[in-house]
Design a protein around this ligand. Structure first.
Ligand SMILES: NC(=O)c1ccc[n+]([C@@H]2O[C@H](COP(=O)([O-])OP(=O)(O)OC[C@H]3O[C@@H](n4cnc5c(N)ncnc54)[C@H](O)[C@@H]3O)[C@@H](O)[C@H]2O)c1
Ligand SMILES: CC(=O)N[C@H]1[C@@H](OP(=O)(O)OP(=O)(O)OC[C@H]2O[C@@H](n3ccc(=O)[nH]c3=O)[C@H](O)[C@@H]2O)O[C@H](CO)[C@H](O)[C@@H]1O
Length: 342
């Protein structure tokens, strides 16, 4: 599909910015749309520095249909990779309407404009959260989905269902749904990475902010799970591997019809304390922690069976936990305050 453009919504964000880098390397021409509600323009400047390419950028909102239409009119868009949306679980409980409006309403807006403009290739950022509490491990794509425990997860599941319905109604539509497990790490340059606003919800950003001295200690949510050391186990996947999964998905679109679903994970789970230990080794810093109560809604263990993505997309995560922690630390130590000027 090289020569034409791929619209990347949310391309200034964490996963989007890493994917834009890999897209340029793979010969795609990305155009980025982002309303910068959870990103800053600096991330794209750094993507341009890494790739040596100018990336067309539109500061626009998914809810602004005329702005979406104008982008499709201006560029010859062949496919859309859709990252943009809200992703904070706690906030989704407090503000469900915002989550349904932006995630579901924003996606339906985008799909309407795509169909109006005759663009039929779509890659969507879904999440392992759609599986809810695991009924078996490792989780395959045929594991039951939909029993989500928070509004954020439900928006992902609803969007998946919309895409399945739409790909039946619109015979030309080709969709790849990617269910991410736990993306962490950063680009090797250390110039782009995850930059959460406020107190991080997720483990790695919290650990790295403790290591860099921004926070005094990590709270480990529970040590009485039925796991290797009692702490929660997750499938951490390097964000660059995840980005490469989108390249594989884009290449796959031409060979499929309808809607395909793939897990993107490594297949290996690590406990919170194993991650802390790996991060301490990678950074040479101590990460003080205290054990506190379990976090509501957490499962003991969640990890993927990623074999379908390997078989059908030719994609396999290559980077291990040590590299994930080293790359995360390079980004955090070079940018203690994230993209904000120090
Ligand atoms: N990071 C994870 O752990 C994870 C796991 C599973 C799925 N996902 C999904 O992957 C996608 C990307 O996640 P991320 O971690 O890069 O998040 P992110 O917040 O860094 O990126 C999302 C981007 O979308 C933009 N955005 C938000 N609302 C918008 C709107 N209305 N219009 C235009 N742009 C808007 C934000 O400014 C941000 O740059 C999200 O859909 C997220 O739900 C993320
Ligand atoms: C309930 C919840 O928020 N779920 C979201 C969270 O899942 P996860 O719970 O899979 O990711 P996470 O990074 O929030 O937590 C990973 C593991 O670390 C533990 N932990 C986390 C933070 C911390 O300060 N201390 C600590 O001990 C946590 O209990 C879990 O065992 O992130 C995913 C993205 O990757 C999805 O967005 C999930 O919807």
């Amino acid at each position: 599909m090289s020569g034409k453009h791929v619209l990347v919504t949310g391309g200034a964000g964490y996963i989007g910015s890493h994917t834009v880098v890999e897209m340029v390397t793979a010969g795609f021409s990305p155009v980025v749309l982002d309303n910068l509600s959870n990103a800053c323009p600096e991330s794209l400047k750094r993507v341009e520095a890494i790739t040596g390419t100018t990336i067309p950028f539109y500061s626009a909102d998914l809810l602004d249909k005329p702005a979406l239409q104008a982008i499709f009119d201006k560029h010859d868009i062949e496919a859309v990779v859709h990252f943009a949306g809200l992703k904070a679980v706690g906030e989704s409980v407090a503000k469900p309407l915002s989550y349904y409006k932006v995630n579901v309403g924003g996606t339906t807006n985008l799909l309407e404009v795509m169909i109006e403009k005759g663009v039929y290739n779509f890659v969507f950022s879904s999440s392992a959260t759609v599986y809810g509490e695991p009924q078996f491990l490792p989780i395959t794509e045929s594991h039951p989905a939909g029993a989500c425990i928070n509004p954020y997860g439900r928006t992902k599941y609803v969007i998946e269902e919309i895409l399945k319905d739409l790909s039946i109604a619109e015979k030309n539509l080709r969709v790849v749904l990617l269910r991410y497990f736990n993306p962490i790490g950063a680009h090797k340059s250390g110039t782009i990475g995850e930059d959460p606003s406020g107190i991080p919800n997720n483990l790695l950003p919290y650990v790295s902010q403790v290591a860099v001295g921004r926070r005094p200690e990590l709270s480990v949510y529970g040590s009485d799970y039925d796991t290797v050391d009692g702490t929660g186990v997750r499938d951490y996947v390097h964000v660059v591997d995840l980005a490469l999964g989108h390249i594989a998905a884009l290449k796959k679109l031409k060979d499929i019809s309808g809607c395909k679903v793939y897990n993107l994970g490594t297949g290996t789970g690590y406990s919170v304390l194993q991650v802390v230990e790996a991060f301490e080794k990678a950074s040479g810093k101590k990460v003080p922690y205290k054990i506190v109560d379990r976090r509501a809604g957490d499962s003991a263990s969640v990890y993927a069976d990623p074999s379908l993505a390997e078989k059908e997309l030719g994609w396999k995560a290559e980077r291990g936990l040590t590299e994930m922690c080293e790359d995360c630390w390079r980004w955090q130590s070079q940018n203690p305050q994230g993209f904000k000027k120090d």
